[in-house]
Ligand binder design. Structure first.
Ligand code: HOZ
Length: 428
């Protein structure tokens, strides 16, 4: 496949932008080679600067649940843009999106919009600290909650992919307040709360961990988290930036029946525009400025284009039909890929929750970061490039989740599975 135009663009980008990319996960460093430059995307497909078409399983890292350039979102953005791109004062669309979010996620009594998931998580942590007047926070190894200082400790996503789960530039004084526990490890959690429960402001968790590949919560894990935080007066924060409006209309908390105190959202609620949100119990949310002492702000927060895109995106999910289609497609994808690997004798763990998935090159199921680290990343890199050359774009790291959209078709799957079969056969 000719990608010479992308290679030229990357050369130019390297002169101007660190690493040639504006977010490290795009750099292909973990799999080698040169990233392609996208010029267009529609439905389940993305086209590069050399006019190669790929079936896209990254979906702009999660937001594209309807596929790319979903007509209702495109129309909503066009109509909103014609009326002004930013106001810097409240606008009615903020109320409409807030209503939609609240109607879907009952634990969210009040919500504030930000411009990214990072901002949402950073702000939720500050709010939890302000509410409890405690400093310590708990996170799980391999979970990624954006790139705020306190959260870049044993972090997933690009931080893990590039071997810097503890980032340079985070003062040791900040990091010491971040306590890390293995995902799914109930005894470790119980021990930590027993020892330090009265210091812990909050626990932040991806209810389905999607930034070190994909591993689900074991039965009882989220329930115990809810019990322990309530018992010790700590705030439970679900980071649903990825899972919100993805795993069900009510997100992962709807799927698992857990009510956190605060929830962080992003990705789908912006319909592909830069949006984040955090919300939850009104008594906690009302501690935010201007009502309370916890400061949080943003020039483009509640931006009218982003709100319009988010509303159109959520309206397309509201009747539940999309989730039924995604579950059916997801199950088909999972079983078919697993069968192909089994037939060829390749140890591949195909893990899936709804429309999120990951295929780990390892022999045992993955429940936490240590399990994920056992996967064979050189196998993954070969598989990734084989798929790319056959017109299938997977996330360029073993430690990222893949995403299905309602725009993917069974014909796309056929092509994907035939490609997977050919690539896995070369690894056998
Ligand atoms: N949160 C995204 C998936 N891990 C990564 C997006 C990015 O860092 O660019």
């Amino acid at each position: 496949m000719n990608r010479s135009r992308s290679a030229q663009l990357f050369e130019s980008a390297l002169q101007l932008i660190p690493g040639g990319v504006n977010s490290p996960v795009r750099a292909f460093r973990a799999v080698g080679g040169v990233p392609f430059f996208a010029v267009r995307a529609e439905g389940p497909y993305i086209w590069d600067a050399d006019d190669n078409r790929y079936v896209d399983y990254v979906g702009t890292w999660g937001p594209a649940i309807h596929g790319h350039a979903y007509p209702p979102v495109v129309r909503a953005i066009q109509e909103a843009a014609a009326l002004g791109t930013s106001f810097g004062v409240p606008n009615p669309a903020e109320i409409e999106l807030a209503r939609l979010v609240r109607s879907a996620v009952p634990s969210i009594e009040k919500v504030r919009f930000t411009s990214s998931g990072t901002e949402a998580c950073m702000s939720a942590i500050r709010l939890a600290r302000g509410a409890t007047r405690r400093d310590a926070i708990v996170k799980f190894a391999g979970c990624y909650h954006g790139h705020a200082d306190s959260l870049l400790v044993k972090a997933g996503s690009g931080a893990l992919t590039f071997g810097h789960p503890d980032s340079a530039g985070v003062p040791a004084d900040f990091a010491r307040h971040t306590l890390v526990v293995p995902f799914n490890d109930i005894p470790a959690l119980q021990h930590l709360f027993h020892e330090r429960g009265n210091e812990i402001a909050c626990v932040i968790v991806e209810p389905v961990a999607g930034n070190a590949g994909l591993f689900p919560p074991r039965p009882g894990f989220l329930e115990e988290l809810r019990r322990l935080t309530a018992l010790h007066g700590s705030i439970l924060i679900f980071d649903e930036v990825m899972t919100g409006f993805r795993l069900s209309w009510g997100g992962a908390q709807g799927l698992f029946g857990i009510r956190p105190d605060l929830t962080c959202l992003g990705k789908i609620i912006g319909g592909g525009l830069p949006v984040g949100a955090f919300g939850g119990r009104a008594d906690i949310m009302d501690l935010l400025a201007p009502l309370g002492p916890v400061y949080q702000a943003g020039t483009l927060s509640g931006n009218p284009l982003a709100m319009a895109a988010g509303i159109a995106s959520l309206r397309g999910l509201q009747d539940g039909a999309a989730y039924q289609r995604l579950e059916r497609l997801g199950a088909l994808f999972e079983v078919s890929l697993r069968n192909v690997a089994q037939r060829l004798g390749i140890p591949l763990q195909v893990q899936r929750v709804g429309s999120m998935f990951c295929a780990y090159f390892t022999t045992e199921p993955v429940w936490n970061l240590d399990d994920a680290m056992k996967s064979d990343r050189s196998q993954f890199a070969k598989f990734f490039h084989g798929m790319l050359d056959r017109g299938v774009y997977l996330a360029p790291s073993q430690f990222e989740a893949g995403f299905l959209s309602t725009a993917h078709t069974e014909a796309d799957f056929d092509h994907t599975l035939r490609s997977a079969e050919a690539c896995l056969a070369l690894l056998a």
